[in-house]
Design a binder for this molecule. Sequence first.
Ligand code: SF4
Length: 501
Amino acid sequence: MSGIFGVVSKEDCSEVLFYGTDYHSHLGTEYGGMAVLGTEFKRHIHDLSQSQFKSKFCTDLGSMRGNKGIGVISSYEEQPIYLYSRFGPYCLATNAIVQNEEELAAGLLKKGISFSEVSRKAVNTTELIAKLISMGDDLVDGIEKMFDAIVGSCSLLLLSRGGIYAARDRFGYSPLIVGKKPGAWAVTSETSAFYNTGFETFKYIEPGEIVLINEDGIVQRRGGAGKAHQVCTFLWVYSGFPASDYEGINTEVVREKCGRFLARRDRDITVDVVSGVPDSGVGHGLGYAMESGKPFRRPLVKYTPGYGRSYTPPSQHTRDLVARMKLIPIKEVIAGNSIVLCEDSIVRGTQLKNFAIKKLWDCGAREIHVRLACPPLMFPCRFSFSTRSIDELAARRAIRGLEGHDLQDVSAYTDDRAPEYARMVEWIARDLGVTTLRYQTVDDMVAAIGLPREKLCLYCWTGWCPRACRGKGAIDIQEVEKPAARKARLEAAAQPKLWQS
Ligand code: SF4
C-alpha cells in the first residue's frame, strides 16, 4: 500500500509537495520519497520504519527546488524510481500490487533488461512498472501497455520534462484525484491532502484514464475505460482517511452510515456506552451512537504521538507491539458498563482480542458487544491491500474449527441468512471472548457507500471479481472493453480534452 502526491506550480513547489506527501503517512510505514524537477531532477528517499516523514525530509527541503514534483509514502519499496529512458529521464511513483511480477520480470530479463533497485522482494515493483512503460512507443502508449500486462492494480505519477502524467489502471482499484488552485495543480491519492495546501478538488481520474498536468493546464491523453470500475470498498471502511473523498463520496460520512446500519439491526441489546476502536472504528461508532441515541464515549484512547497504524508494518511482531502499546484504557469510562465497541473489520482478530477486548474486561466492563463495519473477511486482497494469507483470516479459522478442515466452497459462510454463517459468527465471538458479535451485511455496506454495487470491489467478502481482473496469465481485457469500445476510446483520445490553468 502506498499514497502518492504530485504538484505542478508556476512557482517553487517543494514545500507544498512536502506537506501534501506527508498527508499520506497513514498509507505506508516503510519508505518515503520525493522528486522535484527544476533545472534538473532532484530525488530523496528515506527509510521511515523508525521515524516519521517530516523529520526525515525537512533537511532535504532546502536542496529541492523546482516547479513540478512527486512524492510517495510506501509500505514496501523505495520510490520514486529515477530512470533515463529513450523518452528522456523521468521519475515514477506508484501505488501498485502486481500479482504476475515474477513472470513479467522474467520476460524482461530474457530480453536483456536488468533491474537495479532490489528491495526485500526480488524486484522493486515500481522499477518493473517503469521498465514496462519504457517499452512503449511513447510514455502514454507505454502506460497503456503496462496496464494491459499487469495482473493487479496500479495508480501512478510519472514526473517528466513535459509535466506529470497521472494514470489509474482500467479497474480503478485505487483513486487518484486532481486538485486546482490559482497558479498550481495537484494530484493525490487522498483529497485530505488538499484543504490545508489550498487546493480544491477539480476532477476524479477515471479507471483507465491518463492525464498530463503541466504549467499550461491538464490534458486528457486517454479517456477512462468506463465499465470496468472496481474501486476498493475497504477505502471507505478502513484504510482511507476520514477527511478524504473517493469518487466524490466522503469517508467519514460513509463510516457514520455504516454505524447507523449496524445500530438498526441491534434492537435486541441494551447498552450504556457506544465506542469505536481508534482511529477507523470511531466514525462507525459515532454513527451507531447517533442512530441508537446512546452516548458515544472513549473507553480506549490511542496514544497517537510516535505510533503509526498497527496494520501496515510488514512484520507481525512490530504490528503486535504497536497495537499493544498504542491503546490505553480509561477505567472510569469502562467499569460496570455494557459497551458497544465498533471496529472496521477483523483480519485475524488477535489484536482486537488481546489489545482491546482484554483491556476492557480487565478494567471491569459488564458486557462487550463488538460490531464490525464490514462482513467477515473471507478472501485476501489481490488488488490493492497488503495481502495476508487465507489461513490467517478469523473467518477461515472459524470454518476450519467448525468443519474440521478447510473448505474450497465457502458460499454458505458468506450468506448472512444461512445457518452456517450464524455458527461461524458465534465461533468467532467465543474466540474473541465477547458478549455478542455482529457483522455488517454486504448490502448495508454497499448502501452506506452509495455507489452501484458493480462499481465496487467486494472481493474481500464475496470472492467475486470480473473475470478480467483474475488474470491467469495475460489479462483478457476484451471482457471489460470490447474492441469497438476500445476503438471509440482511442478515437476520442485523438481529440483530447484540455483544461487550462
Ligand atoms: S479485495 Fe478488498 S482490499 Fe482488495 S481492492 Fe478489493 S475491496 Fe479493496
